[in-house]
Design a protein around this ligand. Structure first.
Ligand code: AQP
Length: 345
């Protein structure tokens, strides 16, 4: 198979509470890349069971992420939208990557430490080896670019390490099977840029906005009503000082910096120009302006998601069609990877 030049892969876990951080840090970038790249967007349901085994309604949570992709502007006809568990090759390549990756590499992963907390001995093996499955997701399609939020940076580095070790260790076989000098898997480039690579919690400016945070007031969900969005922004933690003139003056004010970053990302303006507009104003003035902007941008997505969720058969057929198209690429890769490993048959 020829190496694609401009292929994007990324995924979102169907673990409920899809939030503004997921939208600004990931999904909005997915939409923008459609113009210039061949895109494959995945609802990573095999990842969803790593941290919490029993999910309340995994089928509907899966549909909701697909609905969010489409409602945000991803075209499932021109590109591929599917769910991971329908393409078994993800699990197969992840197993082989369990044998490529080294224990020490995985032991460095900070997200495992954060998610497992003090009880690491009781975390699932799947949570520990999650980055190998993520590497398999990406490299199964030999994706050249992966748009993600800042929290996924370390996992992307691991993907690059796995590709590099595979290419190095199997160098002779790779050439023997006609893949030239450059190796079989690409050294994938992460796309982590823009003002919202790490949207923080509305209740704590030093913790990231997260699906698993127990307080719903900490995040804006894509399914929130206009009233809920306005209430959450009104109650967002801030400080009593007025907004300053420069971003440097926000260094020690993480909550204020976060709200300015959210405004900038939604308005598609540099954070400094937001400050130039609101410098000297109190949060009593800024928060209603932010709420109005957030509702203006999110309400159409919310309405479209609801419409799509009313016709689950339609979403299921989009995911089935996307899975069929993804599987063709995945099976081709696995046929070659099996040859490179030297498996019989
Ligand atoms: N707060 C965030 N700011 C910017 N980007 C973010 N992402 C997640 N949180 C933020 C990006 O969203 C994409 C999908 O994330 P995921 O489903 O893989 O879940 P996650 O990265 O583990 O973070 P979540 O969604 O908040 O879940 P939990 O509560 O499990 O940590 C990724 O590109 C991610 O970077």
């Amino acid at each position: 198979m020829a190496q694609p030049q401009n292929r994007v892969f990324s995924g979102v876990q169907p673990t409920g509470n899809l939030h503004l951080g997921n939208y600004l840090g990931a999904i909005r970038k997915f939409v923008a890349l459609q113009e210039s790249h061949e895109c494959i967007y995945c609802v990573v349901d095999l990842h969803a069971v790593t941290a919490q085994l029993v999910q309340e309604n995994l089928k509907n949570q899966t549909r909701e992420i697909a609905a969010a992709f489409i409602a945000s502007g991803i075209d499932p006809q021109k590109h591929i939208v599917f769910n991971q568990s329908q393409v078994k090759e993800h699990a197969e390549l992840a197993w082989l990557f369990n044998c490529v990756a080294r224990m020490g590499w995985l032991q460095r992963m900070t997200q495992f430490k954060d998610k497992a907390g003090k009880n690491a001995q009781n975390a699932s093996v799947g949570l520990f080896s999650y980055p190998n499955l993520m590497a398999a997701d990406i490299l199964l399609y030999r994706a050249t670019h992966v748009p993600v939020g800042d929290d996924q940076k370390q996992h992307l580095e691991l993907t690059r390490e796995i590709a590099g070790k595979f290419n190095h260790d199997f160098g002779v076989q790779i050439k023997q099977y006609g893949h030239g000098e450059e190796g079989y898997f690409p050294i994938t480039e992460p796309i982590i840029e823009g003002p919202a690579t790490r949207v923080m919690s509305l209740r704590n400016g030093s913790g990231k906005m997260s699906k698993s945070e127990p307080s719903d007031m900490s995040r804006i969900n894509l399914t929130d009503s206009a009233d809920d969005i306005a209430k959450k922004i009104r109650k967002a933690k801030t400080d009593p000082a007025p907004l300053p003139e420069t971003m440097e003056e926000l260094t020690e004010r993480p909550e204020a910096r976060n709200l300015i970053g959210i405004y900038a990302a939604l308005a598609e303006q540099p954070p400094q120009s937001v400050l130039s507009e609101f410098a000297g104003q109190q949060f009593g003035t800024f928060k209603p302006a932010l709420a109005e902007l957030a509702v203006e941008k999110l309400a159409p997505i919310n309405a479209e998601m609801r419409k799509l969720m009313d016709d689950t058969a339609h979403i299921d057929s989009i995911l089935a069609d996307g899975s069929d198209r993804a599987r063709i690429i995945a099976q081709e890769t696995m046929r070659e990877v099996r040859e490179i490993f030297g498996f019989l048959g």
